[in-house]
Design a protein. Structure first.
Length: 479
């Protein structure tokens, strides 16, 4: 057996008993095992440390993972020199931090992985050293250490059930059923014979077959692929083929449907009792404006990071150099946030942007550099509106819709309203917007996990004020 620090890939999460998790405050990895410690008198902690030293002294260091340790980061017990991985984690994350699909974040120290050596190192020393308990828990994959509060996983929070989420383009819910996933739960959409769209859990109440694998009849009933049960308007079960005609349908056979509205060319659903309406976009009712819808995409990133990005302009000169960003202008004027209207909270600003060939069609101007007067604002939980006003009087409004599939995967679509003369095709109008979205997607999909809602977990400056305010209000929503 050997002392190891670093990461071993594969395996199931570390399983700890409830009582042990509640007591867990400190841990140490020794010989491929996770030693769990607890609170206690200093004498007990020192005694437990001696146990570790004794075991370490009896076992040779495995050179595979124990080389190249930064001695300047050694603790007074010499754990780094011995290839011992030391950290402090709250009980609720022990056994979760090792899961690749579980986004957890370290509030107090980042764990940096030296890929060439396989060594984990803490960016700053712990205030107190670990006191390993003498009970050993088998160690499997240990990907990340965390001391953050339990805000890394948000999608299962019951408060989010009471808000509206855009999940599909209305025009695409035709023919057969459509499967969508929202906040970790699977639902099915279909359009009935009357043109109404119905949404329900993607599970037949008979034997739990996925209804999204079924078909929609000529009459607009959703037919289960397993036993042919059919569901109509309002989710009512209208046919059980195996029953004799005239027999009543079991009361529990009807589907529990979700609240649903079609607005701005999108299908919005609310799993619970909505606390607010879908945000109002005034341009939708102005005949001077036309509306352009866009495809729904899946992004491998958290909706929390998407909202923060869409409220931020400091990344324009860096992420968007291929579309409109200007490296010459990196300074962000003072950000002052306030209500933009009854539905959106944010800020206004002016920005100089490049106007390359890609952008000239959308801006309807030929100058190399343009000045935009813009606003960016949010509507809880995940909707952002951005307005762009050009000096020519052209107004370009975007509704940026981030919908969480789960904590770290989302759908994205955007809707555009413009008061142009309609001489430019819809495809040409949104070509620049799609390029900008693609640049954002590349960056966001490289950021790990959920953006910490604890604003002290990341460093922010005045340019981040709107994003910080969104994080504060979203965290309060979950409190």
């Amino acid at each position: 057996m050997s002392h190891r620090s670093g990461v071993e890939h594969g395996g199931d999460p570390v399983a700890l008993g409830v009582e042990q998790r509640e007591q867990c405050r400190e841990f140490v990895v020794l010989g491929g095992h996770l030693l769990v410690g607890g609170d206690g008198p200093r004498e007990d902690r020192l005694a437990r440390r001696q146990i570790v030293r004794d075991r370490r002294a009896q076992q040779p260091i495995d050179g595979e993972m124990g080389v190249g340790v930064d001695e300047s980061r050694m603790d007074h017990a010499g754990s780094a020199a011995q290839g011992l991985e030391v950290g402090v984690a709250p009980a609720e994350f022990v056994g979760l931090a090792d899961r690749d699909d579980h986004p957890v974040h370290d509030r107090h120290r980042a764990v940096a992985h030296d890929a060439t050596r396989g060594v984990h190192r803490h960016d700053e020393p712990a205030d107190d050293q670990p006191s390993p308990h003498d009970e050993i828990v088998p160690r499997r994959t240990l990907e990340r250490v965390t001391t953050a509060p339990a805000t890394a996983a948000f999608s299962a929070h019951p408060a989010l059930q009471h808000h509206w989420y855009p999940v599909a383009n209305s025009a695409e819910v035709v023919g057969g059923p459509t499967k969508i996933t929202l906040l970790g739960r699977e639902y099915v959409l279909w359009r009935t014979g009357s043109g109404e769209i119905v949404s329900a859990p993607d599970r037949c109440p008979h034997r739990e077959a996925p209804l999204s694998l079924g078909t929609v009849t000529d009459g607009g009933e959703l037919e289960c692929p397993y036993h042919g049960w059919q569901f109509g308007a309002g989710g009512a079960c209208v046919l059980v083929p195996s029953n004799d005609p005239g027999l009543p349908v079991p009361p529990k056979a009807h589907l529990h449907t979700l609240r649903l509205v079609e607005r701005y060319g999108l299908v919005w659903i609310c799993p619970g009792e909505p606390t607010r309406d879908v945000p109002e976009i005034a341009e939708e009712h102005d005949p001077v404006f036309r509306r352009i819808n866009n495809p729904v995409e899946v992004w491998a990133t958290s909706a929390t990071r998407m909202v923060d990005n869409f409220l931020d302009i400091a990344h324009f000169p860096y992420v968007h150099t291929g579309s409109f960003g200007r490296r010459q202008n990196t300074r962000v004027p003072k950000v002052e946030c306030s209500p933009l209207d009854d539905d959106f909270y944010g800020y206004g600003y002016e920005v100089e942007v490049n106007n390359p060939d890609l952008a000239m069609t959308a801006s309807m101007q030929t100058a190399a550099v343009l000045t935009r007067r813009m606003t960016s604002g949010f509507h809880l939980p995940f909707t952002v509106r951005s307005t762009i006003d050009y000096e020519t009087g052209l107004r370009h409004v975007l509704l940026l819709c981030s919908t969480p599939i789960d904590d770290v995967t989302s759908t994205f679509t955007f809707v555009v309203w413009r008061n142009d003369d309609f001489s430019v095709s819809a495809e040409d109008v949104v070509r620049l917007d799609r390029a900008i979205g693609a640049e954002d997607k590349v960056m966001l999909e490289r950021l790990p996990g959920v953006l910490p809602l604890d604003t002290s977990a990341t460093v922010s400056v005045q340019a981040d004020r709107c994003g910080v305010e969104w994080r504060r209000r979203f965290a309060a929503l979950l409190a």
